[in-house]
Design a binder for this molecule. Structure first.
Ligand code: ZN
Length: 265
């Protein structure tokens, strides 16, 4: 890495936006280069100065009402197009109904038209979920909402992602629910439910799926991380961890079993 490349990445480093590999490269360069070390010091000082400065300016209420007036009413246009948001109410009740489980709501969910994880891009998305997993392991990045209570994690996602992901507590079965996080895959917001097995973190990414179900569980390894992918009830699930393949498989089995409508609450 040369100084020009390093300088570009320095801002990302201090914002915690680099994956582990790039962060290591930048840190190695900075350790050997006094010019870049000096720049890093200055960037950090600037960031700290900006963070402590009182720069927040509240927008006037008149601006808010002008923006509100300019926006179309929330539900109407989508309904007119017959796409995207049309199933929103059903979707909500479907996920609310996950615990109780019902074949009817599963049928509604299967007809949803919106996607984040597009079929046929398995490898690209596998790479992205692993990058997101690695990012999440950096200090302070793992969770936006930290609680072992599934009834806290679930509503937290409301309004942040199009889909309220099923949040299943598997603590009694050896997979501790740690919390949830909003992440980005393929440029779209995606929910991640975070679990821990001993020292190993599992990210379970949940997004909607377009097209046919991917009901078998596909397994792959990316950058040394084990990845499992399947879909169910109109949702795509990606589990990523450095947990050994067998135990990650056990995790997937337990999540799948909990999702099945036949399960009693
Ligand atoms: Zn340098």
């Amino acid at each position: 890495m040369n100084c020009a490349e390093c300088e570009i990445l320095l801002h990302a480093l201090i914002d915690g936006e680099l994956d582990a590999g790039h962060a290591r490269d930048v840190e190695a360069h900075v350790a050997d280069c006094s010019a870049c070390a000096q720049k890093l010091k200055e960037f950090r000082a600037m960031r700290d100065a900006l963070a402590s400065a009182d720069l927040k300016e509240a927008a006037p209420a008149s601006l808010r009402s002008r923006i509100d007036a300019a926006l179309p009413p929330a539900a109407a246009p989508a309904r007119a197009e017959g796409r995207r948001k049309i199933f929103q109410p059903s979707r909500r009740s479907f996920f609310g109904g996950f615990a109780a489980g019902s074949a009817l709501s599963a049928a509604i969910a299967a007809s949803l038209v919106l996607t984040v994880f597009r079929p046929g891009q398995e490898q690209t998305i596998a790479d992205e979920v692993v990058s997101a997993h690695i990012r999440s392991l950096q200090p302070g990045h793992l969770m936006d909402v930290e609680t072992s209570d599934q009834h806290t994690v679930k509503p937290w996602f409301d309004g942040k992602v199009d889909v309220a992901p099923p949040v299943i507590d598997l603590t009694a079965e050896g997979f501790t629910l740690l919390g949830g996080r909003l992440d980005y895959i393929d440029g779209e917001p995606v929910a991640s439910v975070v679990y821990r097995r001993r020292k190993h973190i599992i990210n379970l990414f949940v997004a909607q799926r377009l097209g046919s179900e991917h009901s078998f569980v596909s397994a792959r390894t990316v950058q040394g991380y084990n990845v499992r992918h399947w879909s169910y009830g109109g949702l795509d699930f990606w589990a990523v961890s450095d947990l050994d393949p067998e135990e990650l498989g056990e995790f997937v089995d337990k999540i799948s079993a909990a999702l099945r409508p036949s399960r009693s609450p």
